[in-house]
Design a binder for this molecule. Structure first.
Ligand code: PRP
Ligand code: ZN
Ligand code: MG
Length: 226
């Protein structure tokens, strides 16, 4: 059973593309913290809402384990870990609560520029490097394609040049990384953006009220922005 706490704890990326926008958005909701930016834990001053600064990949697991109540994370990471849990037969542990309107990117199949792209059937028997093996496996299954998934935790885009894979499945934002590696995007598996993620099951202590208030403030902000 989940621990009872009276302070809400939100996990955000420590550094990277989502770090500053996540912090700014929470500040715009009226939250402020006592610690400086380089600390891993920021104690909430204006409200009992604390921040934990972590690697984005760790955020879904921190919510699943009840270490954090909420997290700002890419839908790509949340969806990957949700699919991985399902493939292991584990119950759903988190869900996206709100799209946050930043960190937009796409998870895409990208092939060497010289390929004449015909469609997913062309991937049969090929090796695909990715940091998103669960999403890729589900997509390949859906397309009825039998290909080999090569899991890499980073620098996926250089795998074709190294000869460790024939093509890749990775996030594309500006497209600069693909272009620099003579790769071209051909299929979209997921449209992603930063989301506020929460537990699959509602909280039932003081944190529930804090979470509802934070969501109301977030929704108020997005109405103003529209
Ligand atoms: C992602 C992705 C690509 C890059 C694409 O990595 O893995 O490397 O962004 O962006 P672009 O289309 O604008 O070039 P990111 O730098 O976010 O983090 P990583 O360290 O997890 O690869
Ligand atoms: Zn990451
Ligand atoms: Mg990268």
């Amino acid at each position: 059973s989940a621990p009872t706490r009276d302070r809400l704890r939100i996990a955000i990326q420590k550094s990277g593309r989502l770090a500053d926008p996540a912090r700014s958005l929470l500040a715009a909701c009226g939250l402020s913290w006592r610690q400086s930016r380089d600390k891993l834990f920021c104690f909430g001053e204006s409200l009992p809402v604390d921040l934990l600064l972590v690697r984005d990949d760790d955020i879904p697991g921190l919510i699943a384990d009840g270490v954090c109540d909420l997290g700002v994370v890419g839908l790509n990471e949340l969806d990957e870990q949700a699919k991985a849990r399902r493939q292991l037969g584990l119950a759903d542990a988190y869900q996206p609560l709100r799209g946050l309107g930043f960190g937009q990117c796409r998870l895409m199949i990208a092939v060497p520029e010289e390929w004449d792209w015909q469609g997913p059937a062309q991937l049969a028997g090929r090796r695909i490097a990715t940091s998103y093996p669960a999403i890729l496996a589900a997509w390949l299954k859906d397309k009825g394609v039998d290909a080999q998934v090569v899991e890499l935790s980073g620098s996926v885009e250089i795998a074709p040049k190294l000869g460790t894979a024939d093509l890749i499945c990775d996030l594309v934002s500006s497209g600069a990384t693909l272009a620099a590696n003579q790769l071209k995007p051909v299929e979209t598996l997921l449209d992603s953006e930063a989301v506020l993620a929460g537990p699959a099951h509602a909280l039932d202590d003081a944190r529930a009220g804090l979470m509802a208030m934070l969501l109301r403030r977030l929704d108020g902000l997005s109405r103003v922005q529209d």
